[in-house]
Design a protein around this ligand. Sequence first.
Ligand code: 13P
Ligand code: SF4
Length: 303
Amino acid sequence: MENSETELIEKIVSLKKRRNAVIRAHTYQQAEIQDIADFVGDSLELSQKAAKTDADVIVFCGVHFMAETASILCPDKEVLLPDLHAGCPMANMITAKHLREKKREHPKATVVCYVNSSAAVKAESDICCTSANAVRLIEQLPSGGEILFVPDQYLGNYVATKTGREMLLWPGFCPTHLRIQPRDISRQKAEHPQAKVVVHPECRPEVIALADEVLSTGGMIRFVHETEAEEVIVGTEIGILHRLRKENPEKRFIPASEQAVCPRMKLITLENVLWSLEEMVHQVRVPERIRLRAKAAVDKMLS
Ligand code: 13P
Ligand code: SF4
C-alpha cells in the first residue's frame, strides 16, 4: 500500500531528526517539498545557508549543481540529492574541457561562470555568480579587460546590457525560461493592465524588454512583499507561485506562461526525499582537487 502524504511527512520529520539533517529547497520545487523544507530560497540564498549549517546531513531538493555547490562549501557534510536525474540542462551545455579550449583562445579573459554550472566548470572559472548578483559582480571587474561569461547567453546578454560591458557569451540557455514568449507577456498585460511584470534574467531579451522588473527568484519574493501592486505577472518557473501565494494571500499572481515548468526540478518527491534519508542516497561529493578550485570561485562571489 502506498504511504499517505501525512504518513510520508511524519516519517521524513522523524528521520530528519535522527540523522541531524536539514532539508533545503529551491523555489521551483513542488509545493509539498517547499512545505517540508527548513529553508526555501534562490541559488544565492541556498549557497549562503549551506555555508552556515551545523547539521550533519543536507537533503538538497533542487538540481545537481545546487547540491554540488553545497558540497563545495561544506565538504564535511553529507549532501544528498534524492534523484540523480535532477540535473539542470543549461549547466550541462558546457564541460570543463570545452571551457579550457575557449580559455586557450582567450588567455587574458576573466571567466565568470553562472552558478548553474558543474563543479568542474566552476573550477576552471575565476569567479562565480548567480542571477541575484551577476550585475553587481561584473560592475566590479576592472574595466577594459576581456570577460568570458558561461554558460547562459541570456543572463550574460542581460548583464552586458545593464553594465555596458562587452562580454563573450557561451551559447547556453534555459529551455524552461525560453518557453516564455513576448506574446505571453503582451496577452497577460492586456488582460491585467494594472499588473506589474517581473521576469527572470534567463528569459529572452524580447521578454525582458516588456518587464517592469528583472529579478532572481529571491528578488521576486522580496519585490512582491514591497510593491503596492495587487496583481503581478510572473515570468519564471511556475513553482515560485506556491510561495508567492502562500506569503501574499491578498495579492494575485498570474504566470506569464503555464508552460514554464522545469521537469528536472519536479523529479524531487516526498517519496524520494524519505528514501534518500533512509538509504543516505544519492551522496553528492566533489573530488578535493576540483572542490578547492571551485570553492575559490564561489568564495569570491560570497565575499
Ligand atoms: P535563481 O538563482 O534565481 O533561484 O535561479 C536559479 C535557476 O535555476 C533559474 O532557472
Ligand atoms: Fe536549469 Fe532552467 Fe531548470 Fe533553472 S529552470 S534548473 S536554469 S533548466
